[in-house]
Design a protein around this ligand. Structure first.
Ligand code: ADP
Ligand code: GN1
Ligand code: MG
Length: 387
């Protein structure tokens, strides 16, 4: 079972010593609410000044090829550091900065074999689990769109696929179907309603994959985990300053990125809310997302992508719901949990959000059409097709 750590590992000072940080180690505390890696904020005392760094123990059950993952991140962060955002003021925090090890490597393997990396801490900005207003949604979507746009001209080979078939909804559905049939943890009986909800929507799995197969939706370099708490908003201005959590940056489909913004930002309730009556897709937040995304990504989205903006929110919410349900059925082996039934609660909120989007989908797409109407229809910046 994957449990969220509540205290830092005893060897964190030794891990920190593998990186050329100035000053004296003061403390390391668990940080953030990600479901995958173990993240710690480490404070160093540099001649009386406190300087923080982010340390992450990379989850190598999820990311099986750490060297390939870190090569992607190195390429992406150094390219972004050189690029100037097309929207908004220049801000040195716009790209994550990796701190290499004393030996000159991008990451460190500790005595127990665990893989660690270190980033400069993005100060005076923070992440939020829940969107508070449309302005925040707009800023987050603008920043994710800007992120996609700045990687259009990434030089070199195709990025590694850090998790193969990550957004292959058909494959996710088949994994779910097998987990329900195998019922390894004996939980299938109590989740019949969720299993039926998932089964009834199976045809949704192929819609985007078919468009990609027909060449109507291009491959691009995408983030693939554009949840609202993976973008840092400036404390003073609420501006989206930096996109983080780059483990899944790889070739992908822009609509999955937009869809995950819809899933994680428009929900009125938390991802793990137990009272599903609180779950609802908020139209004003959706409008904020569309406005921000149009400002940065509008120039390169083609008409087919634009026509599926609302659908993408429903699809990715369904897909992540399937993944939470699968993990519940398999005994909580993938996502970190803080309580029994945590993944089931997460699945239920996702499916309630799918239902809420179903009720509003046509109004959502009409709004998308209106907001994207005035933008040029032809992609000004082509997608990167598979090489
Ligand atoms: P996970 O893959 O587990 O979600 P993230 O990379 O998203 O891990 O990091 C978890 C949390 O740590 C983020 O939500 C954010 O609050 C914080 N965080 C990550 N990187 C930085 C950074 N460079 N500066 C400040 N905070 C960060
Ligand atoms: C995980 O790492 P984090 O917490 O940002 C997951 C995403 C899911 C998300 C659901 C590598 O994201 O795919 O959408 O949880 N990341 C991975 O909250 O599986
Ligand atoms: Mg994260």
């Amino acid at each position: 079972m994957s449990l969220t750590p509540t205290r830092p590992p005893a060897d964190l000072p030794a891990v920190a010593a593998a990186f050329p940080l100035h000053g004296l180690y003061v403390e390391g505390v668990p940080y953030g609410s990600g479901h995958i890696n173990d993240t710690f904020a480490v404070t160093m005392d540099q001649a009386g000044r406190s300087v923080r760094y982010i340390f992450q123990r990379i989850n190598d059950r999820v990311f099986k090829n750490v060297p390939a993952l870190m090569e992607n991140i190195q390429r992406v962060t150094s390219h972004m550091a050189r690029s100037v955002p097309s929207t908004g003021p220049v801000d040195s925090r716009h790209a994550l900065t990796l701190v290499g090890t004393r030996g000159g490597d991008a990451w460190h393997r500790d005595a127990s074999g665990a893989a660690w990396r270190c980033y400069l801490f993005i100060e005076k900005a923070r992440t939020y689990d829940l969107v508070e207003n449309p302005r925040q949604a707009c800023e987050a979507a603008r920043a994710f769109g800007e992120f996609q746009r700045s990687l259009v001209d990434l030089p070199g080979d195709r990025l590694h696929e850090t998790i193969p078939a990550f957004h292959d909804t058909r494959a996710r559905f088949e994994t779910f179907r097998r987990a329900a049939a195998a019922d390894r943890s004996g939980r299938a009986r109590e989740v019949q309603a969720e299993i039926e909800f998932a089964m009834a929507r199976e045809p949704m799995s192929d819609v985007l994959l078919d468009l990609v197969a027909r060449g109507e939706v291009p491959e691009r370099i995408t983030h693939n985990d554009t949840k609202f708490n993976n973008v840092m908003l400036d404390d003073a201005t609420a501006r989206g300053v930096c996109v983080i959590d780059l483990d899944t940056v790889m070739p992908g489909v822009a609509l999955y990125d937009f869809g995950d913004m819809v899933r994680s930002a428009t929900n009125a309730a938390a991802e793990d809310e137990r009272d599903v009556a609180k779950v609802a897709m908020r139209m004003d937040i959706f409008e904020g997302l569309l406005t921000g995304y149009a400002a940065s990504a509008g120039v390169f989205l083609n008409p087919v992508e634009r026509a599926h903006l609302a659908f993408s929110g429903k699809l990715i919410t369904y897909e992540i719901g399937l993944r939470f349900l699968t993990d519940h059925l398999e005994g909580d082996v993938y996502f970190k949990i803080k309580r029994p039934g945590h993944n089931l609660d997460r699945c239920r909120t996702q499916f309630a959000l799918v239902a809420s989007i179903e009720r509003q989908e046509s109004a959502m797409q009409s709004l998308a059409d209106r907001i994207f109407h005035n933008l040029a229809a032809q992609p000004a910046v082509p997608g990167r097709n598979a090489q």
